[in-house]
Design a protein around this ligand. Structure first.
Ligand code: PXP
Length: 252
């Protein structure tokens, strides 16, 4: 199996990893002034025009960045894939089952959390997650579960019936700055477990122009990366069109 994975990686028998642009930060900027500048929905459409293959939003209960009404508007405007992330509370489930985005990513975040900082314990919450996945599937929504890079969490994610896992890459990004090889090796067991099980694999959090390519080269079966913070920071210097192009070039 190891050798087969090596060959697949070497000869890139995989579809290109899709770039989903997380536009939460754009909404944060808009909300800072109370008007509609920048226009979040227009920004999403432009990201698609510039080549992004998906748009990600993470509406939080306090609507501090993306608001419910944004999600409704985006559903009618996004032509690629809309990925909505969040903790499957009653309110969140009502929103996503009404909107029916292409994908929902389940994230165990606390309402007051600054940003997502851990994945699900899929073993402990297996029954709960099974119920949620079932409900989302009944609305024909693809489901991804945000997990830490732990093969056991990946295995139990499969048992929930989910289509994909999203590996939480915050710790990868942190370790990458000190020791890139060690950072990759830390993720290898979980990434290879997902691949072995035939479970789709996404990745997200703190990915950027430096650490993205080594991750994709090591795990070319990554179906999608969702990137927000770094894209917005890069765009301040490069502009959003060139920024998206640079990320797409890394994913080729
Ligand atoms: N994936 C999940 C589950 C997230 O919560 C976030 C941040 O909202 C991201 C990916 C994107 O992370 P970043 O903004 O660091 O690129």
């Amino acid at each position: 199996m190891q050798f087969l994975l090596y060959l697949c990686g070497k000869f890139r028998f995989f579809a290109m990893t899709r770039l989903s642009v997380n536009i939460n930060k754009v909404a944060t900027l808009r909300n800072a002034r109370g008007g509609n500048l920048p226009d979040v929905e227009r920004f999403a459409v432009d990201c698609e025009l510039f080549g992004a293959q998906g748009i990600t939003v993470h509406p939080r209960p306090d609507e501090r960045h993306i608001r419910k009404e944004d999600v409704y508007q985006l559903k009618s405007m996004v032509k690629t894939e809309l990925n909505v992330e969040g903790n499957p509370t009653e309110e969140f489930m009502a929103l996503v089952t009404d909107i029916r985005p292409t994908q929902v990513t389940l994230v165990p975040d606390d309402p007051n959390q600054l940003t997502s900082n851990h994945g699900w314990d899929t073993k402990r919450h297996l029954d709960f997650l099974k119920g949620v996945v079932n409900e989302l599937h009944s609305h024909r929504i693809r489901v991804s579960i945000f997990v830490d890079p732990d093969p056991v969490m990946v295995e139990y994610a499969l048992r929930t019936g989910a289509d994909r896992v999203e590996l939480y890459t915050g710790p990868y990004a942190e370790l990458f700055n000190e020791d890139p090889k060690k950072a990759i090796e830390k993720y290898r067991p979980a990434a290879e477990k997902a691949h072995e099980l035939g479970l789709g694999m996404n990745a997200g959090h703190d990915l950027n122009l430096k650490n993205l390519k080594p991750f994709i080269q090591a795990f070319p079966w990554t179906a999608e990366v969702s990137i927000g913070h770094a894209i917005v920071c890069n765009a301040l210097y490069l502009g959003i069109q060139e920024t998206i192009q640079e990320y797409l070039d890394l994913l080729k």
